[in-house]
Write a protein that binds this ligand. Structure first.
Ligand code: MN
Length: 731
């Protein structure tokens, strides 16, 4: 078919679409203008070049795009392939057409090279970001579709490359735009070049099964048509094979051969209203058993690309599973033409597409939101946040990988996004082939080459301009790591000073720091010290994590005390506690005993338990003073006459001396009252006063300070009372 004949077809369609005479005239003008400019140019197929833009326009007229887009279709290659200046287009066709043509030209310069799926996603985003106007994407998709239709004229290696790009970039784009028809054709064409064997196998089998398919549909129609008519529903029922690529995917996914694939046929029912969709669904389900779990209501819950339909699978005629799609005519049009159809409905309603930007904005937003790969909420939120990608920049590596970076990202951010080693070694950057400052703000489509040197190290001033967290973290980390020895030393010294060397060494021997390091997600003890050294963690955090395992060899019961209280000279910064056995109080001579894991235990120098302690574990310590502003506990034993009211007198005497009673245990044995009282007081002088006061009471026989251990208290007391009893008995 000649280009003129094709153009006549387009013109006919425009008339059918009730386009204004002026519109048709300017489309015609565009055709003649392009034809003249492409004069003498030929495609690989040896056809005159003008065939291509006319075919692209023909695809677009079927999508019923607006007139400017149609004009741009004719002109879409002239900026790149001819000497035409933008001003000329502007003069002849206006600003809008020019910006569309420039948009397509700009996109055609993007080359997608990477094989990674993630890259494909970025590339699609870049595409959308750079297109600015959704109509540019229509143009680009139509352009690609025609190129795919004529791909057989290309060299084999080019076919593969273009087909791959089509499958990775353009078919998903069409899908997001809801353009099901374009998407399916792009996928099938791509498959033909990427997997020719599979493609032709499927094509052959689909055509072989055509008769069977038609019979199936006919049987279905026979079964339900009466009911459909009775319900007053005007339905068009068709059965068609799914497109090849979807059959291919299914075979691949389920790893089955073609003849095992039962549902390559999809029955499509198109009705007038949404209500009728559900009615037809009911009719079908009453005749054919639905397959559980296959019903999907995309009417109530449209897909992200605004696709609507009811989907169900039933055990169809001849007991074969059958997929059924039910939709209205309007839903059908949207399923086939997607955003283009929306465009059209909008245009009808509002005379002119003056709300076009609103519509395209919401569509682009939807395109971003809609992505099956976006499995989690974070991705979703991020994608919504991207909006029109205004806060993102897409830049290329020289290999063609696209990196998405936040707005204002610099070559240093880019370098760290590639790899932290690349970042660390950056000495310079080329942007679009030219040496650029490292703080240059990148823009969409920049090709960035990072220049590195093995001896280069990051610079602290980079922190002033990098915008990615990744870069700033890596830079900071580098500085931490590279002063590692120093940091370890600082951290270790701090900790040693806080705990004292003795305790520190003890902990280290026990592997306590290794344990804490693991708990705090550091690899080793050294990393923990380093982290402390450069301030990533604090002394308190580490000390709070120190475990206090039960002592094994040293059986002292101790009450732990905060190490920060400086009441003892010789234990500064150390963890220590007071032995419960002897409960030392300020003013009496004391000694420190180094324990395995609890720091130092403070005993009275006359404590009996010290007899079993090796001298090398003892530390020379003394009270900082008698007035430490703190209280200490100790226990006294008072023997009294077994007399009512004696306890009251004792309590009064104790309280008079500014001393608290924390517990009291009263017993009576052979007419002797035995009262053990736990006291809380400040120093030895107070204890003496209390003792003196108590002894002054007429009914008190004796007052003694006693040694107990809190845990064994009960037992010991029991033993004691037994012993006492025995003793008394012996007496
Ligand atoms: Mn083209």
């Amino acid at each position: 078919m000649s280009d003129l004949e094709l153009f006549e077809e387009i013109k006919q369609k425009l008339i059918e679409q009730n386009r204004s005479k002026e519109d048709i005239k300017s489309v015609e003008k565009a055709y003649h203008f392009a034809k003249k400019l492409h004069e003498g140019q030929y495609r690989v197929s040896e056809e005159p070049y003008i065939i291509h833009p006319v075919q692209v326009a023909k695809i677009l007229v079927d999508l019923k795009v607006d007139t400017h887009t149609l004009i741009a279709a004719f002109l879409h290659d002239i900026l790149e392939d001819t000497q035409t200046q933008p001003e000329e287009i502007k003069e002849l066709f206006g600003d809008d057409v020019l910006s569309l043509v420039q948009g397509v030209t700009k996109l055609s310069k993007l080359k997608f090279k990477s094989n990674e799926e993630r890259q494909a996603e970025n590339f699609r985003r870049l595409f959308i970001a750079m297109a600015n106007d959704i109509r540019v994407i229509f143009l680009k998709l139509a352009d690609r579709l025609h190129n795919m239709r004529t791909l057989n004229f290309m060299a084999a290696n080019k076919q593969q490359k273009i087909a791959r790009e089509t499958l990775d970039i353009f078919a998903p784009l069409a899908n997001r735009l809801g353009m099901g028809k374009v998407k399916a054709e792009l996928e099938d064409l791509a498959l033909r070049y990427l997997e020719p064997d599979k493609y032709f196998e499927i094509a052959q089998l689909v055509s072989q099964k055509k008769a069977e398919r038609e019979q199936t549909v006919q049987l279905l129609i026979d079964k339900i048509s009466k009911d459909v008519k009775a319900a007053g529903i005007n339905a068009q029922i068709t059965g068609r094979a799914k497109h090849y690529y979807s059959i291919y995917c299914k075979m691949k996914r389920q790893n089955i051969a073609f003849h095992d694939l039962y549902d390559i046929t999809a029955v499509r029912v198109i009705v007038d209203s949404e209500k009728e969709c559900y009615e037809v669904l009911g009719l079908i389900h009453s005749q054919f058993k639905p397959i559980p779990g296959r019903f999907k209501d995309y009417i109530a819950m449209p897909k992200g690309n605004l696709y609507q339909s009811l989907h169900t699978s039933v055990i169809g005629p001849r007991s074969k599973p059958l997929e059924v799609q039910i939709r209205t005519w309007q839903m059908h049009e949207i399923a086939e033409y997607g955003v283009a159809a929306h465009w059209r409905y909008k245009e009808k309603g509002s005379e002119k597409a003056d709300n076009a930007s609103d519509l395209q904005f919401s569509w682009m937003r939807k395109m971003v939101e809609y992505d099956k790969e976006m499995a989690n909420a974070t991705d979703f939120v991020n994608s919504v946040k991207l909006d029109l990608f205004s806060d993102q920049v897409f830049a290329f590596t020289p290999n063609g990988d696209v990196l998405d970076l936040p707005k204002d990202a610099t070559p240093v951010d880019f370098a760290y996004r590639i790899h932290s080693d690349v970042g660390h070694r950056t000495i310079g950057a080329k942007v679009n082939g030219r040496i650029a400052q490292l703080d240059t703000k990148l823009v969409n489509g920049d090709i960035v080459e990072i220049l590195t040197s093995k001896t280069q190290a990051p610079r602290l001033d980079w922190l002033n301009f990098v915008v990615t967290k990744q870069a700033s973290q890596k830079i900071k980390q580098w500085f931490k790591k590279n002063n590692r020895e120093e940091h370890i030393e600082i951290g270790r010294t701090n900790l040693e000073h806080e705990l004292t060397k003795t305790v520190f060494d003890e902990y280290q021997k026990q592997g306590e720091f290794e344990k804490i390091a693991k708990q705090m997600n550091y690899i080793s003890e050294e990393d923990l010290f380093a982290a402390l050294g450069y301030g990533e963690t604090t002394l308190n955090k580490i000390i709070n994590k120190i475990q206090k395992p039960k002592e094994k060899s040293v059986e002292f019961r101790t009450s732990t005390r905060k190490k920060s209280e400086k009441d003892i000279i010789g234990l500064e910064g150390m963890m220590y506690s007071f032995a419960k056995c002897c409960s030392p109080i300020p003013g009496e001579p004391i000694v420190g005993v180094v324990t395995r894991s609890k720091g130092v235990t403070v005993h009275r120098i006359d404590c009996k338990t010290l007899e079993n302690i090796e001298p090398e574990r003892m530390m020379d310590i003394q009270w900082a003073g008698t007035n430490t502003n703190k209280t200490y506990t100790t226990t006294i034993r008072v023997e009294t006459a077994d007399k009512l009211g004696i306890l009251k007198d004792i309590i009064a005497a104790v309280s008079d001396n500014n001393t608290n009673i924390i517990n009291a245990n009263v017993k009576s044995r052979n007419n002797v009252g035995i009262i053990e009282i736990g006291l809380e007081l400040d120093n030895i002088e107070t204890l003496k006063k209390v003792t003196n006061c108590l002894q002054a009471l007429p009914d008190v026989f004796s007052v003694k300070r006693i040694q107990t251990s809190s845990q064994n208290k009960q037992n010991k007391q029991n033993n004691k009372s037994k012993n006492n009893g025995k003793n008394k008995n012996k007496k």
